[in-house]
Design a protein around this ligand. Sequence first.
Ligand code: UPG
Length: 483
Amino acid sequence: MEESESESAAHVLLLPFPAQGHITPMLSLAQLLCHAGIHVTFLSTEHNHRLLTQRRALSARFPTLHFESIPDALPPDQAPTIHSLHDISSSLRSVTKPLLRDLLITLAKKDDESYRSTTIRCPPLSCVIIDGIMCFAIDMAEEVGIPVFALRTVSACSFWCYSCIPDLIQQGQLPFQDQDMDHPIKDIPGMEALLRLRDLPSFCRMPIDHPSFKFFMEQIEAITRVSAIILNTFDDLEPLILSQIATRFPKIYTLGPFHALLKSRVGDDLSSSVSSLRHEDRRCMAWLDSQQSGSVIFVSFGSLAKLSRVQLLEFWHGLINSGKPFLWVVRSDMLSSEQEEHATPVELKDGTKERGYIAEWVPQEEVLAHKAVGGFWTHSGWNSTIEGIWAGVPMLCWPQLADQQVNSRWVGEGWKIGLDMKDTCDRSTVEKMVRALMEEADQREQIFKSVHNFAKLARHAVSEDGSSYKNLEKLIEDLNEKI
Ligand code: UPG
């Protein structure tokens, strides 16, 4: 790029929350913007900066992509867990926030070059795109006079549900008063006939003065101050909910599925694993090659979920008893309690040898696209859900936390693309649900039809005539106008 051209381009700071499910969509967005010539400073915490091993390859591919890091004061070996999100957030506020302020001031100055790349001149900062959880950055960007957009990495239905929590509190529906968990929630516009208490975001099960409840409430309130919201969804998946969101947030860019839009716009030459913070076990692909078409249930609960040893064993027994071949991601940091260590029952070891593969971490998008995979047992994290929709794979949902409860209800009863086994985890339920997903012909046909329809709509969304493609053009245009 010519220097004069570079000087007149927009420059956006992207601030992801330091967890895999947030870094992946933010890095996809970074690539999409850089592909259009926008300068992006991708600011990770030091720990994640080191784990993003493909930074060099990315910067070589996208010369306007600049990686920077900022201290987070967390021990270097601490992998985030969903239980530690509140601690991570406190640490980011106390340590990272003041440094971020200085960085914003420096990047925004027209004549200061201390943070700018030596190879390509970087124009002054024109916009900040924060992860919706990093709402403390809004104050600072406002102080420096830079517009703030927010990427919410959850579904539109979860985002809308979060936005309506203050209304539920005002109406006295929250906090829970020992009601039946199947009690219907009728006051979230667009979801009147769908949600029950058990489907609300998990923090709603806590007292409203609990730090986690306050943590989420703060985000819900702060995000109303940003200039625009970016979502990893597509218009045909959540049309009614998006129209509800538009009543409170006038500017929304739906660009999903991000990973597919990236391939459509930028091409396939960098693997989908560029954002991975963990080492992938690629041998699982050869194992999948040896399995029959549509026979395997893929089990993955994302990057943060924790299981007790009892839950792990119940799941394992259920999988073995189902008789289905399975590929299961069991992260080494997934067990919530070390002291429960016992010998693994021999029938589980034998059953796994016979028809299972357990991996620490896999190339999930590739796994979901493999013809041997016939079902996806997921925790309903949003990235996994939208990747499952793109791949057209029926889902079995076992949500644990945050937005996952809402997603699982939509998968089961909203979009009818899977089954929801929320709040249960005994071996007989697992066996029954896995068999139901993989074997019951009528039900499977219905689910297949629906998930394939959404997969088709997703393909349209990221094609040149599609909504996500066009919305990206609009976003690029709007960011360029902010200079
Ligand atoms: N993944 C792999 N390999 C694996 C397992 C997972 O590449 O072996 C990837 C997967 O493809 C996905 C990501 O890791 O892109 C996991 O993201 P997600 O499914 O969203 O789960 P979490 O890591 O749990 O994500 C957090 C929250 C979740 C929320 C999401 C986005 O737990 O509830 O929806 O962030 O905000």
